[in-house]
Design a protein around this ligand. Structure first.
Ligand code: F3S
Length: 425
């Protein structure tokens, strides 16, 4: 690995032990991947504590020691300096105000708050969402980033044309302290061309349509780069957010192209870089139905215990849509309706009266976390309804529940009636 003088100085310990450990971690990571050098990053999105095991560790140690062990892979407690480049914290394990609903103890709540304060003391911005691009962290085309969270990486790579691989907790922590990541994967222009051509032969309009298409594409191309041909209606942020999240869940898609819409390709040929695709795949009515049936494969019982909206975190348009669907109606007494949004947007929801509308209707607006990351559900919940292909993919596997997948309207109707009546139009 070729290092600059500055990178060598970090590795030699001139900036302290934590930076030295971070650079050592990045060098070993880069060498394992065959990277020949580092690339400078000035936009890092990483994680703090997530799981019950990590919380236990954070409670048992001081936060610098927990950060050293969990994020820098150092058994020795290190003094952690202020971050070197702009960095933010992604989604975490807890809603700051409604933590009791999650079944967290006061001790857990304290440990998580203290851990957040520690992050803030390092200069890490507490965005606490899986969608930093919805709340002001919007990388520009060509900007090298080090982001964790697959749904966010596929969004910034594809829609915005930024350059990031899906990083991990350790590599993002190391990037925060050094401003570097190994130069490999989607940082290299030659890896950003499409490999698979998807011929879309059905209209793809609603958010649900985009989730179904993304889920099918991910299953078909795995971690390769698809280019979609045949999209006739320009999607918005919400639709592309759901498309990418679904494709990153069923496969490992980190970058896609939609000529004329996403950042890096005006035509299919440009997306392919003048090369022939490895495969040409057709998405028609049968493929759409197959994706729908796969997403609903765990569902049997129609009585719904929880409806969850906001994976990835909902933006204002989505919260407002739920408010409108609930207008003058009330959530079924045996069903919960939970909507998840970034912390910054919840404040707008409060000021706009959306939080009140939802609360009056018996729904709950939460932020900072989600059931898959925080690993929580209402007590006894067995059947959930979801408008997110990503959450329908993960939640049954993580929490052992049945999951119905459908439109936002189907989900809100399920919350009101307490039963699932959705279907594929
Ligand atoms: Fe975000 Fe949780 Fe979904 S992290 S993308 S709401 S699984």
């Amino acid at each position: 690995m070729q290092l600059t003088d500055e990178e060598r100085a970090m590795l030699d310990g001139r900036y302290g032990e934590a930076v030295q450990q971070a650079m050592d971690l990045l060098v070993r990571y880069g060498e394992a991947l065959g990277a020949e050098r580092m690339v400078e990053v000035r936009n890092v999105a990483g994680a703090n504590i997530f799981t019950p095991a990590q919380r236990a560790l954070a409670k048992a140690q001081d936060h610098a020691a927990a950060f050293s062990e969990l994020s820098l892979n150092s058994a020795k407690p290190l003094t952690i300096p202020t971050v070197r480049v702009p960095s933010c914290q992604l989604i975490g394990p807890m809603d700051r105000e409604q933590w009791a609903v999650q079944g967290l103890s006061e001790a857990d709540q304290q440990a998580i708050l203290e851990s957040e304060s520690f992050s803030a003391s390092l200069g890490i911005h507490l965005l606490n969402t899986c969608t930093p691009y919805q709340v002001g962290n919007v990388p520009v085309k060509g900007e090298h980033c080090a982001w964790m969270e697959s749904s966010a990486v596929v969004y910034i790579n594809s829609v915005l044309g930024a350059r990031s691989n899906v990083e991990g907790r350790e590599s993002t922590a190391a990037a925060m302290l050094t401003g570097r990541v190994p130069y490999w994967g989607y940082h290299l222009p030659e890896n950003r061309f499409a490999t698979h051509l998807i011929q879309v032969e059905v209209p793809v309009e609603s958010m649900m349509d985009w989730g179904l298409l993304g889920y099918w594409v991910g299953e078909m191309v795995d971690d390769q780069v698809p280019v979609l041909d045949g999209i006739t209606q320009v999607p918005n942020l919400v639709r592309l957010k759901h498309f990418g999240a679904a494709a990153a869940s069923s496969g490992g898609v980190e970058l896609y192209h939609i000529p004329g819409i996403t950042a890096e390709a005006r035509t299919v040929e440009e997306a392919l870089g003048g090369r022939a695709p490895k495969a040409v795949l057709r998405y028609g009515p049968a493929e759409r139905r197959a994706a729908y049936e796969h997403l609903n494969a765990t569902a049997r019982d129609r009585k719904v215990d929880l409806v969850m909206i906001g994976c990835p975190h909902a933006n204002l348009e989505q919260v407002w849509e739920v408010c409108q669907l609930l207008e003058g109606r009330h959530v079924h007494p045996e069903t919960e309706l939970w909507i998840f949004t970034p912390r910054a947007l919840r404040q707008v929801c409060d000021r706009n009266g959306y939080t009140d509308i939802l609360t009056r209707a018996g729904a709950r607006l939460l932020s900072d976390t989600c059931p898959a990351i925080g690993q929580f559900l209402p007590p006894g919940a067995r059947v959930v309804a979801l408008d997110s292909a990503k959450q329908a993919h993960y939640l049954p596997a993580i929490m052992g529940v049945q999951g119905w997948f459908g439109s936002t309207k189907d989900c809100v109707e399920a919350a009101i009636s307490g039963t699932w009546q959705g279907g594929l139009e």
